[in-house]
Design a protein around this ligand. Structure first.
Ligand code: ATP
Length: 387
């Protein structure tokens, strides 16, 4: 530009040429500068497109009535159910004999997952039975890949309305148990059975089953919406009192009210970043809104301090008296009041009993209990020394 001014003053170029040069220069500078940004945006868009494509191309879960029954028996049952449905009788009361399962799995996914042998699929009819019965795992074995068994011959019964706790080493298969329960993975035919109130879950409508199982994971997913919307996402109509009540039980109401926008605070990148413990508690409040008869806490209080953990569990017990609760935790204080505790290692149940029974038995439960108690005492002593 300086050179151009000098040239124009000296008369080597005309003023018009100088102005034309300046405007061409300006027109070129911005596109060249933006080129770097465009290239970086394009690579980001490429990654996002891959993610979107992954979701769009994901194989849809089998619809409940997708497989054709092969046996006459099964077809008869199906017809009976349709007839009775038409007559207005609820599925829960249908006289339904579960037939032998013969339909073979076809999806790539099902070929890769199982207990090692050829699998067959049996969820022919999406039943909607009462979901407040006992939960039974019978001879359950499962693997994600043929050469790596994750669960080996698991047997237990969770009586309706009781609290069942699972403790175990990392990778021992605790989460897999609950993933099988809500049919995130279907248990292959020859790998045992899981029943709720006597009905094999493979015969239960998948969506219905999941509606009746409230699940909170260790790292819950919150949407980039308001806290109110995140808690009430399962409800069509958001009632403030209900949302606040759920948040109070999950001991997160006070934290939410500290935010400038309270329940209207946006969560995530566009708003407030919640701590791990706050996220877990919002997820618990969200699960409570579902009013499901079966509640699963998969290490979902791990980021909450012991005192708040105790408070939440007491509130939950009061509120969800009739619910069947399954708790997975590494913290013995979180699960010591359960009606039954199992200790897992490498896909097998090592110990089973109440807290009182297990602390008087030689085994991993007693060892973990002593280690955790001693470290709690040391922490308390350290705290007292600091004061
Ligand atoms: N989707 C999956 N595909 C393949 N393998 C998996 C999958 N999910 C879990 N696994 C494997 O199965 C085993 C059991 O995993 P699982 O998550 O059930 O253990 P966990 O006891 O819940 O562990 P943690 O206490 O660390 O949460 C692990 O070896 C894990 O690597």
């Amino acid at each position: 530009m300086v050179t151009g001014v000098v040239f124009a003053v000296n008369g080597r170029i005309t003023l018009g040429e100088f102005m034309a040069f300046i405007s061409y220069n300006a027109s070129l500078t911005w596109p060249v500068r933006s080129l770097g940004r465009i290239i970086s945006d394009m690579s980001k868009a490429g990654v996002s497109m891959e993610r979107v494509a992954y979701i769009l191309e994901a194989e849809e879960e089998d619809a409940a009535v997708k497989c054709e029954a092969k046996s006459t028996d099964r077809n008869e049952n199906a017809e009976n159910i349709v007839k009775k449905k038409k007559a207005g009788q609820s599925e829960a009361t249908l006289d339904y004999k579960i037939p032998a399962r013969t339909a073979e799995r076809t999806s790539e996914d099902s070929e890769n997952k199982g207990c090692g042998e050829k699998q067959t699929l049996g969820h022919i009819i999406g039943m909607k039975p009462a979901m407040d019965g006992d939960i039974c795992f019978r001879d359950v074995s499962f693997s994600y890949s043929p050469d790596h068994p994750v669960l080996k011959n698991i047997n237990f019964t969770i009586p309706s309305g009781s609290t069942f706790a699972i403790l175990g080493t990392t990778g021992s298969g605790k989460s897999t148990l609950v993933h099988l329960l809500n049919r995130l993975y279907d248990l292959p035919e020859d790998c045992g059975s899981i029943t709720i109130g006597g009905t094999d879950i493979r015969d239960i409508d998948r969506q219905y089953l999941r509606q009746n199982i409230g699940m909170v994971l260790q790292e819950p997913f919150l949407f980039s919406r308001t806290i109110r919307e995140n808690i009430g996402i399962t409800k069509e109509k958001l009632l403030d009192e209900e949302i606040r009540h759920a948040a109070e039980i999950a001991c997160v109401d006070e934290s939410i009210l500290h935010f400038a926008d309270g329940y209207d605070t946006i969560v995530g990148e566009r708003g407030v970043t919640l701590s791990g413990g706050q996220k877990q508690r919002v997820a618990i409040a969200r699960m409570l809104m579902k009013e499901a008869p079966i509640l699963v806490f998969d290490d979902s209080l791990s980021a909450v301090d012991t005192e708040t953990d105790n408070k939440i569990r007491k509130e939950l017990k009061k509120e969800m008296e009739k619910a069947t609760v399954i708790m997975i935790s590494h913290r013995i204080t979180s699960l010591m009041q359960a009606d039954c505790i199992i200790v897992m290692d490498k896909g097998v149940i090592q110990q089973m009993g109440t807290h009182e029974e297990l602390i008087h038995q030689e085994g991993p439960y007693k060892d973990i209990y002593e280690i955790q108690m001693n470290s709690d005492i040391r922490l308390m002593e350290g705290g007292a020394a600091c004061e």
